[in-house]
Unconditional design. Sequence first.
Length: 169
Amino acid sequence: MDAPQLVRSFSSRQLSLVSGQGRVVVFAVLGGGYIGRSLQVHVPTAARLLERLPAHIDTVVFIDEPVPDAALLSLIDDMIAERAGLGVDVVANFVPAVEAVKRVDHDRVLEGIDRSKLVSVRPPEVVGRRSIEQAMRSLDDAMWVNPSALVSSSGGSLSLFSGSHAVHP
């Protein structure tokens, strides 16, 4: 049975990535599973693709573009190097939160939330293969997940990357 999501994989060599020493695969996640601009991956599809990866692959990158352009490849290279340097499970791109966020009690708005300390995770998301495989084993019956949120919620370490620096939450 085909998955309801198209995921195209690219090797480090196909994309001419400098970082990662050839141990990186990039998954272009296309179609469905989006909540706002947050990347959502179909769990059965991701599990099947991770199972099929060669043993030497230790880093998985999730993007939401069909074919990465030069700017995105440069960003991915920087994020791969950052993850290796920090020794964290995930390095994720982010933007400041701009949407209105409210604390509610059932259908009653209690208060607005100060967005100055909130961010929205955006692709690319650079994830350690072992970390995401382990996190996926802990899933119950979720069909769609955000890779960074999944790894982070199962105890993995995450750094947020914006431009030329990482922010450590």
